[in-house]
Design a protein around this ligand. Structure first.
Ligand code: S3P
Ligand code: PEP
Length: 419
């Protein structure tokens, strides 16, 4: 646990940032490579706790991963007799890997960090059971559990409630081409969050030759081989958030290198979020340049589609000089921590005025003071603390090392960017 004094800046932040690869793209590329028809190459993968856990999980299921610098070669799974998978706190590992294990023949036991045992897993367990897969969970509907693969999964029609996490949908779609009948998946229940992440799943399947028919709340994945591919991972635009926020919070200017022209990443929404806070985002060649407003104003935003951006948005809102309302994000209570409770508690501890609502936060202007900002094993809470610390004296972010979940170099890159 390394507590870390967040750097306070006197003036505007001006900097260039080169971000590590996307967690969501890296972990999709690894899963698809592990079930594909030959060796795949993943270039510029994110190397961080969540992707290391994914790589280890797939290796324990029988894949081979040869890790060169900036280039991983993945040989697909050859079945193993049994395995154990450590999911850490990675939603993508705990939701994406059980359907892969269901294709195998031996028992695969899944567990993770203490908090992982509290994250929603019921839909993964019930959907695989509905497809005929045997799972032992001692009646808990959470981690730990054991998947007993029978060598194949029939697939076909399936209805799930994925209102707690889009990852329940993505997980099934990723492996569906390997089900005997493919999959005709419907979501029924509360509104499905994080739609860009589902779009990313569909894009990645199609790039590998899989036919996917889509209509709202329904995905039909045709069975067939997953073509091995040589892919390059985009920079992680969700992790661009704190740097974009540095420009917005200080009337600064931050250039994010290699921002893709077209992408499914949720973090692409930073272009609109910057405008909502009164800033600008302008393309300059391969890069996107964010400029902050003279006065940061509050925002009224429904973040249902891009929930993972909330902690940094909330930090900016706490620095704004008019009130903000953030809605559509009840599902954040099942993330790395209950992010609505954590943000309200920690911002209020620094003198803020945050009210927690059932599905969001109301954040009113208040003079903030220094203090300790707890992070609850949540990388994005650490980002939020760093952003607030730019404009408030003596903010200490507890356990900055938690950023290693998706961005091991965060603290160093932040110091460089803001000093
Ligand atoms: O599929 C993915 O890669 C992700 C989907 C989203 O999950 P939720 O739908 O649970 O928010 C997102 O928040 C998470 O960081 C990554
Ligand atoms: C919700 C997140 O992660 P996970 O993939 O563990 O769900 C996140 O990174 O904001």
């Amino acid at each position: 646990m390394t507590d870390w004094r967040a750097p306070r800046v006197a003036g505007a932040v001006h900097s260039d940032v080169l971000l590590p690869g996307s967690k969501s793209q890296t972990n999709r590329a690894l899963v698809l490579a592990a079930i594909s028809d030959g060796p795949s190459v993943v270039r510029l993968p994110l190397v961080a706790r969540d992707t290391e856990l994914m790589a280890s999980a797939l290796v324990s299921l029988g894949a081979r991963i040869d890790r060169g610098e900036d280039r991983w070669t993945v040989e697909p799974i050859t079945p193993v007799e049994s395995a154990t998978v450590d999911c850490g706190l990675a939603g993508t590992v705990m939701r994406f890997v059980p359907p892969v294990a269901a294709l195998g023949t031996g028992p695969v036991r899944f567990d993770g960090d203490p908090r992982a045992r509290e994250r929603p897993m019921g839909t993964t367990i019930s959907s695989l059971r509905d497809l005929g897969v045997q799972i032992d969970d001692d009646g808990r509907s959470t981690l730990p559990f054991t998947v007993h693969g029978a060598g194949e999964v029939r697939g076909g029609p399936l209805t799930v409630d994925a209102s707690a996490s889009s990852q329940f949908v993505s997980a099934l779609l990723l492996v569906a081409p390997r089900f005997r009948e493919g999959l005709d998946l419907r979501h029924e229940g509360g509104s499905l969050p994080s739609l860009p992440h589902v779009a990313m799943t569909v894009t990645e399947l199609r790039r590998r030759g899989i036919v996917v028919d889509e209509s709202p709340g329904r995905w039909q994945v045709h069975p067939g081989p997953v073509k091995a591919l040589d892919v390059t991972i985009e920079p992680d635009l969700s992790n661009a958030g704190p740097f974009v926020a540095a420009a917005l919070a200080t009337a600064g200017r931050v250039r994010v290198r290699h921002w893709p022209e077209q992408t499914d990443q949720a973090g692409d929404a930073w272009r609109d979020l910057a405008a909502a806070f009164g800033g600008t985002a302008a393309r300059d060649g391969d890069d996107l340049v964010f400029t902050g407003p003279d006065r940061l104003r509050g925002v009224q935003l429904d973040l249902h589609d891009v929930g993972e951006l909330t902690p940094v948005v909330a930090a900016l809102a706490a620095l704004a000089d008019t009130p903000s309302t953030l809605t559509g994000i009840a599902h954040l209570r099942g993330h790395e921590t209950d992010r609505l409770a954590a943000l309200a508690t920690e911002i209020n501890r620094l003198g803020g005025r945050v009210e927690e609502r059932e599905d969001g936060l109301v954040i009113s202007p208040a003079p903030l003071h220094g203090g300790s900002f707890a992070t609850y094993e949540d990388h994005r809470m650490a980002h939020a603390g760093a952003v607030i610390g730019l404009r408030v004296d003596d903010v200490t972010v507890e356990n900055i090392g938690t950023t290693a979940k998706t961005y091991p170099g965060f603290a160093d890159d932040w110091m460089r960017a803001v000093s």
